[in-house]
Write a protein that binds this ligand. Structure first.
Ligand SMILES: Cc1ncc(C[n+]2csc(CCOP(=O)(O)OP(=O)(O)O)c2C)c(N)n1
Length: 290
């Protein structure tokens, strides 16, 4: 069984057309929670996945696809499209639920998540899944690829923007900072990095493992425009995602809660990749339906 809201992928077109801010925010909230419910069911059925980081990033993904990205699900290779690179690829199930909601493939396919022969692997694969721009899963690769894609768009004079979703633990990979330097050096104002700042990584708090703070100052020192935003506030996110700074790449630090929306999961490190019991699943689905 999948969340009923996702059974009508055409709803995505409805959301993209909403101009009333209150209606938009309620539609995005419902869509994000429907994707949370679907993600829970996918992970419960497959007996593996990364629920904590899925829940924290789903408001960002839903806002991107629902009100920011210029993409055409019927023509996923449209050359002028915006690109979304899900660098924290361990949260593939959140990306798949969002892509199905946006109409890139049938929500029915979500039932195959991580089954033998499925296109929907535990980490996203661009050769199998429409809407996936690049393979991710090994942390620290999404931003370097995003820099290359943003340079390519500039060289071809395409209007495309490139968005890269990063985990905060992922920023401990040095490759991000080489990419950050290059992006600023090349003035890539068509590139936006979004840090899912949930302050937890695999087995510990990010700050206890290798401190990132002061994170905003670090990006600024690397020459980026930096915006700090509540990663669960859809309108704040939308406005921050739409904005660009001429001649500079932008980094959005999205403050989020790992496990967002599920009382027993919120800010709990063990939910990085734990699977719920049947009772926990029922409680979580009830909480998300409110
Ligand atoms: C290069 C690399 N090293 C280790 C891992 C294993 N791994 C998967 S998720 C994760 C923690 C990531 O933390 P964060 O980026 O904060 O993600 P989130 O908390 O948002 O899930 C690790 C270490 C990996 N996928 N790639």
């Amino acid at each position: 069984m999948l969340a009923p809201d996702l059974e009508q992928a055409a709803r995505w077109r409805h959301v993209t057309a909403i101009s009333d801010p209150q209606v938009l925010t309620e539609s995005l909230r419902r869509a994000a929670n429907a994707s949370r419910a679907t993600t829970l069911q996918m992970v419960s059925a497959a007996r593996l996945g990364h629920l904590g980081g899925d829940m924290s990033v789903l408001d960002v993904l839903t806002t991107l696809y629902g009100s920011v990205l210029r993409v055409d699900p019927e023509n996923p290779e449209w050359p002028e499209r915006d690109r979304l690179i899900m660098s924290k690829g361990h949260c593939s199930e959140a990306l798949y639920a969002t892509l199905a909601w946006a109409g890139f493939f049938s929500p029915d396919e979500l039932r195959t998540f991580d089954r033998p022969g499925s296109a929907l692997n535990g980490h996203p694969n661009r050769t199998y899944v429409p809407g996936v721009e690049t393979n991710t899963g090994a942390l620290g690769h999404g931003l370097p690829v995003g820099v290359g894609v943003a340079v390519g768009a500039k060289l071809q004079q395409l209007p495309s923007r490139v968005f890269v979703v990063l985990g905060d633990g992922e920023l401990q990979e040095g490759s991000n900072w080489e990419a950050a330097m290059t992006a600023a050096h090349r003035g890539l104002d068509n590139l936006t990095a979004i840090v899912d700042r949930n302050r937890l990584q695999q087995g510990a708090r990010t700050e206890d493992t290798a401190s990132l703070d002061p994170l905003a100052e670090k990006w600024r020192a690397f020459g980026w425009n930096v915006v700090e935003v509540d990663g669960h506030d859809h309108l704040g996110l939308r406005d921050a995602l739409i904005a660009v700074a001429a001649g500079r790449p932008t980094c959005l630090i999205a403050e989020t809660v790992k496990g967002k929306g599920i009382s027993f999961m919120e800010d709990r490190v063990e939910w990085h990749h734990k699977v719920p019991t049947a009772d926990q699943l029922a409680t979580a689905l009830e909480e998300l339906s409110r």
